[in-house]
Ligand binder design. Structure first.
Ligand code: MG
Length: 162
């Protein structure tokens, strides 16, 4: 099987946009959590790092997998009891976070710290994704963690490159 990661990258970015998340929204989270450490940090630089994170296969695979599970749950294509766990974003489910770790892991332990911080404070678009996920027939169980993980990974990239 020949896998074209340029096609997968475009699909992953499309999927995020279809679910209401633009790359600039993710860059804004990165800027928000990193601006206190670098006073000349710009949104363009953060967007650049977000784009670089989305060049990693592990990241693209996680985006495809997580968003697809959210959509399948909404469409009723997942059987009980998993369907209810996903639709209700059951707090002890935990696999959404585990999948997100595969994104932050690429950037070492600093990525994990950033992810925990973003997840706890629901920075920027994460709060909106979370709120929308609580409306009936909507499932954002994986999306919030994926977006937080990409923002955290971009933040770690800044720390590693500056
Ligand atoms: Mg979640």
């Amino acid at each position: 099987m020949n896998v074209d990661y340029e096609v997968i990258r475009n699909k992953a970015i499309d999927l995020l946009e279809q679910r209401g998340v633009k790359l600039i929204d993710i860059a804004k989270i990165t800027l928000e959590i990193q601006k206190q450490y670098y006073d000349n940090l710009t949104i363009d630089e953060c967007l650049d790092h977000v784009n670089n994170v989305l060049n990693k296969r592990e990241v693209l695979n996680a985006v495809l997998t997580g968003v697809t599970i959210d959509v399948l749950a909404e469409q009723g294509h997942i059987e009980e009891p998993l369907k209810s766990l996903l639709m209700n974003d059951y707090s002890l489910y935990g696999i959404d976070e585990v999948l997100a770790y595969s994104i932050v892991n690429v950037y070492g332990s600093i990525g994990l710290t950033n992810f925990g911080y973003i997840d706890k404070l629901k920075v920027g678009i994460i709060g909106e994704v979370d709120k929308l996920g609580k409306t009936p027939n909507r499932c954002n169980t994986f999306l919030d963690d994926i977006v937080g993980a990409i923002a955290a990974a971009a933040a770690s990239r800044i720390a590693h490159t500056r």
